[in-house]
Design a binder for this molecule. Sequence first.
Ligand code: MG
Ligand code: MG
Length: 245
Amino acid sequence: MRRSADEIAKMRRAGKVVAEMHEVTRAALRPGVTTAYLNEVAAEVLERRGARSNFLGYHGFPAVICTSPNDMIVHGIPGEYVLEEGDIISVDCGAIVEGYHGDAAYTAGVGEISPEARRLLEVTERSLWAGIDQMVVGNRLHDIGRAVQQVAEAAGYSVVREYVGHAIGTEMHEQPQVPNYWPGSPGPTLKSGMVYAVEPMVNVGGPDTYVLDDGWSVLTEDGSLSAHFEHTIAILDDGPEVLTV
Ligand code: MG
Ligand code: MG
């Protein structure tokens, strides 16, 4: 779907709230802090900005952010987990402003992290930006996933298949999906006004996943570390605009 300039302006405002949720949760990352506390500081941003949560109550999800440490890929529920020196933690945040959605995630280290973890974060973030670089009018949708996959696999890592990016607007998850790999066909042509959440999930080991008994937490099957970076991006005539900064 193509969004009007007015709709994109609203998504820009939602994106700014999400960026602020990133800022406050990043600033709170240190050993001894619980993931429930990260959820609290993120919820304060929503409150302060008069924004609504698109995560809270989504298929019953109980929090305004997802927190996924180490070998957890996505959808972790904030709670009693206490951050430890050397952990990596993925924090996924979302907001609704005037009916329009923003959605973005980052992964960061807690204190000093291993060289391998540092490299995973660097490669995964770089794969996101390689995908964003493809978001120009006239390209095809799956040029995005192809670029993400190339960066991740060139580093010896794998991209998750079961969870993907998505169009976004008046709903958080709209069609079409945006895989982080080449799905075998180029997909629709990118047009001005389209808005997508691009979100590579990259594993040090294999791409396979499993879900915990809580019904949410997705982990790497082989126990390897995983990182997740996401932005909401509008395709405009003069190139991509990242809305969640
Ligand atoms: Mg997200
Ligand atoms: Mg998303």
